[in-house]
Write a protein that binds this ligand. Structure first.
Ligand code: PLP
Length: 449
C-alpha cells in the first residue's frame, strides 16, 4: 500500500462515496480508518475510538474474530471461488444454507437463495414474490406495499419500496405499482397519535384501507423491517407486525421481513420477526451474516412459497435470477464461522442486556439536553433524534449534527449521523463499560450545541 501522505492527500478525490455529495467529500474528506481491534477502530492519525456504529450495523462480533479470519483464509486456500449457478455448488454454501434453515426454523424458513448483500436480498425477495403469483396463475398480483421511512437498499426494486424521499427522488421514476403506508412512529405520524398500541392499530388500518383501494388481488407482497433501522430506529409496538401478518393472511398477500439489520441478534432476539413470533413468507438477511468480514446476503424462503415453487409444473417455476457471487464459498465459510461464534457467545443475550443499559443512558441524555427531541432503541439499535425546538419538533441542521458527532469522536466514540438522527449500532460484544463510554461521548457532543 502507498504511504500515509498519499492516502491523506488523495482521500476522496478518486472515490465517489455512497450516500454523500462528491463535492462535499472533496471539501471535507472522510476519516480514513486503518485498523480495527475488538470494538475499536483506529484512524490514519492514530486516533482510536469505540465504534458505536459497528461498521454499518454489521460488525456484530467486533474486529478481532479470529475464527472468521481463519475460515476465510482456509477457504481461500482450498477454493477461492466457484459458481452456484445450476450444475455446480460448493461445500460451504450447502452447509450454510442447512444451518440457516435450522437457525431460522422458528420463523418458518426452509430454503436459502444466496446473494452478495442486503440490496440483492431485497431484490430477490421482490422478484420471487411476483414469480410465486405467476406460478399460482394470479399474474395480476404485481404490486408491493411498504412503510414510509422504511429502508430496503438501493437497487431499483429496493429503492421503489424505500419510504424516504432522499433515497428515491434523484432516481425516479421508480417501479410502478408500489404504495406506502405510515410507519408506526410515535414521534411523527399523520394521526398525531403518541400511544404506541393505538398508533399500531391506526397504521394497520391504513394498510387495510390501501389494500381495499388497490384491490387485494393486485398485491404481491408487503415488505417491512420489524424494527426500522436507517429510517431512524423506529420501533413498532409489539402488536404491529402480528396485525400486519393477520391482514396479509386475510388478503393472501405475501409478507417480506427485511431483516438485513435485525437478523442476527441486534434487537436482543435472533430476528426481528421472532420478537413477536411472526412467521413471514420471506426474510432478507445480510450484514451480520459474516459480521461484515465478507460481502454476503441471502433471501430465506418460507415453506408455503417453497412448496409452490417446488411443485410447479408451469413455465414460470424456473428461477431466472442470480448473482455471480450467489453462494460465494469464501463468504459462506465466513458465514458459518460467524454463525458459530454468534451462537457460542449468545450475542442476542448481550444485545438485550446492554440494550437496556443503553436505553437508560439515552433517556438520561434526553432529560438533560433540550436538543434531544426523542430517543428510540431496541436491543443494540438506537437513535437520538435532535430538534432545534421541542415544541415544533423542527429538525436540527446539518452543521449542528456535525458538531455533535465530531465532539463525540474527539471524546473517543464514532457515531453515525443520518439526517437529524444520531444512529447507534455498536458491535454486539460491547461491555457495560463501553455503553457508559458511549453515553459520556454523547454527553460531550450534545454539550457543545
Ligand atoms: N435492507 C435494510 C433493512 C438495510 O438496512 C439495508 C442496508 O442498510 C439494506 C436492505 C441494503 O443492504 P446493502 O447495503 O447490503 O445492500
Amino acid at each position: 500500500m502507498r504511504d500515509i501522505n498519499f492516502l491523506t492527500e488523495t482521500n476522496a478525490k478518486p472515490i465517489w462515496h455512497p450516500m454523500a455529495h462528491p463535492a462535499e467529500m472533496r471539501a471535507n474528506p472522510p476519516k480514513v480508518i486503518m485498523k480495527g481491534e475488538g470494538v475499536t477502530v483506529t484512524d490514519i492519525d492514530g486516533k482510536s475510538v469505540l465504534d458505536a456504529v459497528g461498521g454499518l450495523w454489521n460488525v456484530n462480533l467486533g474486529y478481532s474474530c479470529d475464527p472468521i479470519k481463519k475460515a476465510i483464509a482456509d477457504q481461500l486456500g482450498a477454493l477461492p471461488y466457484y459458481s452456484g449457478f445450476r450444475g455446480t455448488s460448493t461445500g460451504p454454501s450447502i452447509e450454510l444454507a442447512y444451518e440457516l434453515s435450522e437457525w431460522f426454523a422458528p420463523e418458518g424458513m426452509v430454503r436459502t437463495f444466496f446473494t452478495s448483500g442486503g440490496s440483492d436480498s431485497v431484490e430477490t425477495a421482490l422478484r420471487l414474490a411476483r414469480q410465486y403469483w405467476k406460478i399460482r396463475g394470479q399474474g395480476d398480483r404485481t404490486k408491493f406495499l411498504a412503510l414510509k421511512k422504511g429502508y430496503h437498499g438501493t437497487h431499483f426494486g429496493g429503492a421503489s419500496v424505500n419510504g424516504n424521499a432522499n433515497f428515491r427522488r434523484n432516481y425516479e421514476p421508480l417501479l410502478p405499482g408500489v404504495f406506502h403506508i405510515p410507519a408506526p412512529w410515535t414521534f411523527r405520524n399523520p394521526f398525531d397519535e403518541t400511544d404506541p398500541a393505538r398508533l399500531a392499530k391506526l397504521c394497520a388500518k391504513a394498510l387495510e384501507d390501501e389494500i381495499a383501494f388497490q384491490g387485494g388481488d393486485t398485491i404481491a407482497a408487503f415488505i417491512m423491517e420489524p424494527v426500522l433501522g436507517a429510517g431512524g430506529v423506529i420501533v413498532p409496538h409489539e402488536s404491529f407486525m402480528p396485525l400486519v401478518r393477520e391482514i396479509c393472511d386475510r388478503h393472501e398477500i405475501l409478507l417480506i421481513a427485511d431483516e438485513v439489520v435485525t437478523g442476527f441478534g441486534r434487537t436482543g432476539a435472533w430476528s426481528g420477526s421472532r420478537l413477536t413470533e411472526v412467521k413471514p413468507d420471506f426474510m432478507t438477511i445480510a450484514k451480520a451474516i459474516t459480521s461484515g468480514y465478507f460481502p454476503l446476503g441471502a433471501t430465506l424462503i418460507g415453506a408455503k412459497v417453497a412448496d409452490v415453487f417446488e411443485a410447479d409444473k408451469t413455465s414460470f417455476g424456473s428461477i431466472g435470477h442470480g448473482y455471480t457471487y450467489s453462494g460465494h464459498p469464501v463468504g459462506c465459510a465466513a458465514g458459518l464461522a460467524a454463525l458459530a461464534e454468534t451462537k457460542r457467545l449468545r450475542l442476542n443475550e448481550n444485545a438485550a442486556a446492554r440494550g437496556v443499559e443503553l436505553g437508560a443512558v439515552l433517556e438520561g441524555l434526553k432529560a438533560k439536553h433540550a436538543i434531544v427531541g426523542d430517543v428510540r432503541y431496541k436491543g443494540l439499535m438506537a437513535a437520538l433524534e435532535l430538534v432545534s425546538d421541542r415544541a415544533t419538533k423542527k429538525p436540527t441542521d446539518k452543521k449542528t449534527m456535525a458538531v455533535v458527532s465530531e465532539a463525540a469522536y474527539e471524546a473517543g466514540v464514532m457515531l453515525r449521523v443520518s439526517g437529524n438522527n444520531i444512529i447507534l449500532s455498536p458491535p454486539l460484544i460491547i461491555s457495560a463499560a463501553d455503553v457508559a463510554k458511549i453515553g459520556e461521548a454523547l454527553d460531550a457532543g450534545l454539550s457543545k450545541v
